[in-house]
Ligand binder design. Structure first.
Ligand code: FDA
Length: 394
């Protein structure tokens, strides 16, 4: 039977960071993954350029039933610590917007630096290895795997959430948590596009598929985000929609202000004075694209020369554009979601060490826990920070 001080299951963002940090402390680390490649999500992330952290990362960027849980780990391994690691490896990067840091070249630069650090620190990486059973021993854990029996003092679960099963996601971490007496909070897809079934809405979105509108304010349940929205064949996507999806529950309405930076009632009244013979659809085409202006004029308003609208009618048009209310039919689900909301209840895990309060020597890190970040590099920062925190104690 092979014995190791630390076994980490899951060679994704959190598992790799935990492995390299624990091995750098002199721990003997075995990192396992059932996939044939480490860090598949890192490679896919940020459109191939990995949005690896955010300059403005703070606890308010995370959703959890226990909002204080993430604070300690985030304070002990900050965005600046990860940026220093990126700089150490000479990986070129840039701020895209809103503090979001992306690689100049490819996501593989980030995976490459993590693997190089693991290699240098002496981490043993075993891919294409699945774990069938885990058993508690008096001084650790015994695992039956496709590569034989293993034992360890500390066992770290870093198997992530349920999003994108084709990238290796599985419910394994939840199953282990349940086995050792942990409670699970309901899981659902987060940072995910909305689908629509209302025939009129669906046809509007489908006709506009591929069109994006910059800097819309999208609101739901007391939260709002100002970012781009994107029309798709199935409904709505784009950063503002992905962000709000994490706050949305089935049946909730979302509000979209298509022009939050414009005083629309005043602007429409001014246009009516200055060019009374212009058609509404011409104005809308100037605010959006020609196609979108035409479709909104057709679906929402009957387009006439501006002089034919009463002040009340102009205000109604402004209100419709500033407060478009719609009820999504659902989301695209785990197939395209960037994260899984919910998961292992953090009230049963130490926020300092990430160790289970139910089973000594068992640790949970990354997305498998009930901590999910906003879009913009926050989810990787949580993976780095929680992985680093556990690494100090395993
Ligand atoms: P992660 O999912 O990275 O790793 C889990 C690992 O465990 C995988 O390697 C998996 O194969 C393995 N595993 C699962 N079950 C197993 C089992 N039974 N046995 C053995 N191994 C098992 N975030 C961000 O901050 N910036 C970004 O740019 C993006 N972009 C992005 C794009 C896309 C398409 C997705 C889906 C997600 C993102 N994210 C993101 C989110 C980010 O990828 C995610 O939050 C982290 O990868 C979570 O890190 P973990 O290590 O917890 O899980």
């Amino acid at each position: 039977m092979l014995s190791s001080q630390v076994v980490i299951i899951g060679a994704g963002a959190a598992g790799l960071m935990c492995a390299l940090s624990a091995a750098a402390r002199g721990r003997q680390v075995l990192l396992l993954d059932h996939a044939n490649k480490a860090g598949k999500k890192i490679l896919m992330s940020g459109g191939g350029r990995c949005n690896f952290t955010n300059l403005y990362c703070e606890p308010g960027n995370f959703l959890s039933h226990n909002p204080h849980f993430c604070k300690s780990a985030l304070a002990r391994f900050t965005q600046w610590d990860f940026i220093a690691l990126v700089a150490k490896h000479g990986v070129p990067y840039h701020e895209k917007k809103l503090g979001q840091l992306f690689c100049d070249n490819k996501s593989s630069d980030i995976l490459g630096l993590l693997l190089a650090e693991c290699d240098e620190a002496g981490v043993e990486l075993r891919l294409a290895t699945s774990v069938t059973t885990i058993e508690r021993l008096p001084d650790g854990y015994r695992l039956q795997t496709s590569a034989g029996t293993l034992s360890c003092q500390s066992l770290v679960i870093a198997t992530g959430g349920l999003s994108i099963p084709t990238l290796g996601a599985s419910g394994f971490g939840y199953q282990v948590a349940r086995q050792f007496g942990h409670s699970l909070l309901p899981t659902r897809a987060g940072l995910v596009p909305f689908t629509l079934t209302d025939p009129q809405l669906k046809s509007l979105c489908s006709e506009l598929s591929g069109t994006s509108v910059e800097d819309c304010r999208v609101s739901c349940n007391g939260q709002s985000f100002v970012e781009n929205i994107l029309f798709t064949h199935r409904g709505l996507s784009g950063p503002a929609i992905l962000q709000i999806s994490s706050y949305w529950h089935p049946g909730d309405s979302i509000g979209i202000d298509l022009l939050p930076h414009l005083d629309l009632p005043a602007w429409l009244a001014e246009q009516q004075r200055e060019r009374p013979n212009s058609e509404l659809k011409t104005l809308l085409a100037e605010l959006f694209t020609k196609k979108m202006g035409g479709l909104l004029a057709e679906h929402w308003f009957s387009s006439r020369p501006l002089k034919q609208y009463t002040p009340t009618q102009l205000n109604d048009i402004a209100e419709r554009l500033a407060n478009w209310q719609l009820v999504p039919a659902g989301t695209e689900g785990y197939r395209t979601a960037e994260v899984t909301l919910g998961g292992i209840d953090t009230r049963e895990v130490s926020s300092k060490t990430m160790e289970s309060l139910k089973s000594p020597g068992l640790y949970f890190i990354g997305e498998v826990l009930d901590v999910s970040g906003h879009l913009g590099g926050f989810n990787f920062q949580w993976a780095w920070a929680s992985g680093y925190a556990a690494a100090q104690y395993v």
